[in-house]
Design a protein. Structure first.
Length: 544
DNA sequence: CGCGGGACTTGTATTAAAAACA
DNA sequence: TGTTTTTAATACAAGTCCCGCG
């Protein structure tokens, strides 16, 4: 491979674009100005109103200032970035207004870069690289209540990069006048380049695209492991139910946690370093404050209410009735604890996964999520199938099955900003189409009357034509209605994550073959590339 | 057994491109 | 054909899980 592409160097602001401190224009040194532009670009974003973001930004910004600037600029509230902000808006507007030729030129340059840096040779196969560009410097945007939001993500230089390639290959060259941090030849790992990021101190990698052999094989293995779980899941369920009765607390906790992971598709829940990240939890790290127990709620008995922030600070809220034994165990786990105490104080992911490993080779907590997602899709597709359905109706059924999985896995999205409007537009279209339909029906009636009167060939043809027109309008109307239903049901649900990461693609491929649905209706180009192995492999009778 | 480092997968938000529309 | 809306691609953050060490 040719190594990564570095972020473009900083281009100083034109002199006419001013930064103001305390109402007065002030020329910043290049390093201070660069960091200021990161903030200026985000002025319209909610982040810049958050205290922590502002505080972290200001602290890191000051580090880039000259001593003079440091003395002068002491209060972020007195900083006025609005001219800079407007400048960037104008730039982006100008980009949109560029001529066709200019746009074409940029496109060609990107394509050239992709051809040069976007591919590598692995085991004599040309493979697409996933992310060959180094992340540019900027302000860290942590999700949720992140203590480090606003900190400066520093520029990555060749001296920060470790290159991994085979010994006998032509080693990628660093840009002129620079050096790599290291060149190594480790064939036990899949990454091509790596660097240490300065916010969390974690390592970032350049790896291959999902369409690559190495990623595809791993993906396939993942689903094979989940299928092996299918064969022994009954046994495992029997055992954890049995363990609810164990006299050992650690075993009861393990069994109840596993029940949640299985039934609710919760994530494992590793421990996190306090103060380094947003406060989020998974199953093993649930705290007392995250659940409430209701011996009776409405018509149901033994209801557990979950309310916590999971990965990416997405809220998980669910009320579910559980078996009496689980409920009694939970009451026991809660005894003499404070809200901020761990619910499962005798359990962590390492203990749980060690146990799972003993139950089945390769079994870990996340396999349950894969298994339950895939088996749900398969079941739902069977239930929703209707051979006489039109193609759009079949696709709606598929999306509904997909949606059932997304709900199980709690894959949410913020409702699109334009959702209401776009829904209204669609409704208008439906109304119009309905009017069109009734008009067409009237016309048919008239044509029929005409034919009755004249009985000639011409009028007969006219009737046929009107019939066809009605049929076409009816189809269009149905398509629109299906679309509206689909969109409404999808308001806050993200289907992509489960489709890409949890659903054995062979289930979808088989379904397409069985019901004569073109695969392009289910998977777009990228997805077909990623799932090429499955498209090759699965026949219509494939069973997960 | 706890801890930290490391490698890899999963996840949402943002941006760019394509498609639909007027 | 230009504009708006929708969809696809990208970016990069945030998880999981494993391993080696003291």
């Amino acid at each position: 491979h040719k190594g990564p592409v570095f972020a473009p160097l900083y281009e100083p602001m034109p002199d006419k674009v001013k930064f103001y401190y305390d109402g007065k224009p002030m020329k910043l040194s290049a390093p201070a100005e660069e960091v200021a532009t990161f903030f200026a670009k985000m002025l319209d974003h909610e982040y810049t109103t958050k205290d922590i973001f502002r505080k972290n930004f200001f602290k890191d910004w000051r580090k880039e200032m000259t001593s003079e600037e440091k003395t002068k600029i002491t209060d972020l509230n007195k900083c006025n970035f609005s001219e800079m902000n407007e400048y960037f808006k104008a730039q982006s507007e100008a980009r949109k207004q560029m001529s066709k030729e200019e746009k074409q030129k940029i496109k060609e340059e990107n394509e050239r870069l992709l051809q040069e840096y976007g591919f590598c040779l692995m085991d004599n196969h040309k493979e697409r690289i996933g992310n060959f560009r180094i992340e540019p410097p900027g302000l860290f945007r942590g999700r949720g209540d992140h203590p480090k939001m606003g900190m400066l993500k520093r520029r990555i230089r060749p001296e920060d990069i470790i290159i991994n390639c085979s010994k006998d290959s032509k080693h990628p060259k660093p840009p002129p006048g620079t050096k790599w941090k290291e060149v190594r030849h480790d064939n036990k790992v899949t990454w091509l380049a790596s660097w240490t990021e300065n916010i969390q101190g974690s390592i970032k990698y350049i790896m291959l695209n999902p369409s690559s052999r190495i990623k595809g094989e791993k993906d396939w293995q993942k689903y094979e492991t989940a299928r092996r779980l299918k064969k022994c899941v009954d046994r495992i369920r029997t055992q954890y139910r049995d363990d609810w009765k164990s006299k050992e607390m650690r075993i009861r906790q393990r069994a109840v946690a596993l029940y949640f992971i299985d039934k609710l598709a919760l994530r494992a829940g590793n421990e996190k370093e306090e103060g380094e990240t947003a406060d989020t939890v998974g199953c093993c790290s649930l705290r007392v404050e995250h659940i409430k127990l209701y011996p009776k709620m409405d018509e149901q008995e033994y209801v557990v209410e979950f309310d916590f922030l999971g990965k990416d600070s997405i809220r998980y809220y669910n009320k579910i009735p559980v078996e009496k034994r689980v409920f009694k165990n939970l009451q026991l786990f809660l005894e003499n604890k404070q809200p901020e105490d761990d619910l499962f104080d005798r359990l962590n992911t390492s203990i749980l996964n060690k146990h799972l490993q003993e139950l089945m080779d390769g079994l870990t907590a996340k396999v349950f999520r894969t298994y339950n997602a895939s088996i749900t899709l398969q079941q739902q597709l069977k239930e929703l199938a209707c051979p006489d359905d039109s193609l759009p109706a079949k696709i709606l059924s598929y999306n509904r099955a997909n949606r059932a999985v997304a709900i199980l896995c709690n894959h949410q999205r913020a409702p699109p900003k334009t959702f209401e409007k776009s829904m209204q537009n669609l409704q208008t279209k439906i109304d119009e189409k309905q009017n069109q339909l009734s008009a067409a029906r009237k016309q048919l009636k008239a044509a029929k009357a005409d034919h009755k009167a004249s009985h000639d060939d011409k009028s007969k043809k006219a009737v046929e034509l009107k019939r066809k027109a009605i049929q076409r309008i009816e189809e269009q109307l149905m398509k629109l209605q299906v679309q509206a239903t689909d969109r409404e049901e999808n308001k806050q649900i993200a289907l992509g994550t489960s489709k890409l990461n949890y659903l054995d693609p062979r289930i979808s491929v088989a379904w397409c073959k069985k019901w004569d649905v073109p695969i392009e209706k289910i998977y777009n180009k990228t997805q077909r590339e990623k799932f090429a192995w499955a498209i090759d492999m699965a026949e219509k009778d494939y069973e997960f």
